[in-house]
Ligand binder design. Structure first.
Ligand SMILES: Nc1ncnc2c1ncn2[C@@H]1O[C@H](COP(=O)(O)OP(=O)(O)OP(=O)(O)O)[C@@H](O)[C@H]1O
Ligand SMILES: [Mg+2]
Length: 332
């Protein structure tokens, strides 16, 4: 079973695609066989990797035509990294599938079929990342029905924080109706500006919010804010115009190092659950111990590394998160 992760945030421009592409590139560079699925009609992840849809089509065709197989439309982008590319036609899928009773499960069915009948000699994927569009429609629902984990890329700003409760409620609803195995694993802070107190306060508020949820039955009970926060770095914005990942374009820039470290964390967490190299990925925190004791029920939590200089420390500073009545742990 691969580690399946949807990068989801209904807010636009928060770093979903940048995170999906560079984490997929990061874990594949660490030797993990990886599939990146572009579910956004903007096709930004596809462009970012500089790939074109296959002759037989894109993820649009795969979702529309159930006779197609994943192998027909995936493209090998890099060593260990395959992509299900998107195209603008994807925008019409909502209408085209409106009468289909399996419209939210088309992608998960295709992934299951592929895993059940792997072509000869092909190894299963270790990681599947799904780049969701900034909306909650049939595309995002297909993404959420195909994964176990949701990562929320967001920027450390007060208004972004306000949307977190809504996102959590969305995941809860999808878990109740479509995918009972869905969990929120964490938040990835994108374009982090360590020089502002405000950014650090927002991160501290998120930390406090997740800490309060420990032990609850909510799908975010084991979630956390991943470290490091990805620093604001123009190289990350430049890389897509060259069709390159940050590893290829500027691996030693601050944002590149942050994604590299996050990719290592994801791999360590997964190896820990798979029983690989436990001495490398030994959990050291209460959170990690609690989470890894129930691997079948919740996504893993790795030992948080000491934050680099200027990174959020995880110590709550001041409460700026949504008012109590809007928090997802409170009754509606
Ligand atoms: N750490 C960063 N530093 C600087 N720029 C960044 C960083 N992360 C993302 N960006 C830039 O911010 C913009 C939005 O990022 P991205 O496309 O990843 O967001 P998104 O959430 O996928 O957007 P959409 O909702 O439109 O799909 C892009 O131009 C991207 O290059
Ligand atoms: Mg995007």
């Amino acid at each position: 079973m691969p580690r399946t992760i949807a990068l989801m945030n209904q807010k636009g421009g928060v770093g979903k695609t940048t995170t999906a592409v560079n984490l997929a590139a990061g874990v594949s560079a660490l030797g993990k066989r990886t599939l990146l699925i572009d579910l956004d009609p903007q096709a930004h992840a596809t462009l970012h990797l500089g790939v074109e849809p296959a002759e037989r089509g894109s993820v649009y065709d795969l979702l529309l035509d159930t006779s197609l197989k994943l192998g027909d439309v995936r493209v090998n982008a890099r060593e260990n990294l395959d992509v299900l590319p998107a195209e603008t036609d994807l925008a019409g899928l909502e209408n085209e599938l409106s009468a289909a009773s399996d419209r939210t499960r088309r992608l998960s069915n295709a992934l299951d079929q592929h895993a059940a009948a792997l072509p000869a000699g092909e190894k299963p994927y270790d990681f599947v990342f799904i780049d969701c569009p900034p909306s909650l429609g049939v595309l995002t629902l297909n993404g959420l029905s195909s994964v176990r984990e949701v990562f929320i890329p967001m920027q450390a700003q007060f208004l972004a924080l306000q949307g977190v409760s809504k996102l959590m409620e969305t995941v809860k609803l999808v878990r109740a109706t479509i995918n009972p195995r869905l969990f929120v694993t964490g938040v990835i802070i994108c374009a982090f500006d360590a020089s502002t107190t405000h950014s650090k306060e927002v991160v501290a508020d998120l930390d406090a919010f997740f800490e309060q949820s420990r032990g609850s039955s909510e799908p975010w009970a084991n979630a956390r804010v991943y470290r490091p926060a990805v620093r604001r770095n123009v190289k990350l914005a430049e890389a897509p115009s060259f069709g390159k990942t940050i590893i290829e374009y500027a691996p030693w820039c601050p944002g590149g190092l942050d994604y590299k470290q996050l990719a290592q964390t994801l791999v360590s967490e997964w190896d820990l659950l798979q029983g690989v190299k436990p001495e490398v990925a030994k959990p050291t925190t209460k959170t990690a111990a609690k989470t890894t004791s129930k691997p079948a029920a919740a996504p893993p939590a790795a030992p948080p590394a000491a934050p680099p200089a200027g990174q959020p420390t995880g110590q709550p500073v001041v409460t700026v998160i949504a008012p109590a009545e809007a928090r997802p742990t409170e009754p509606a």
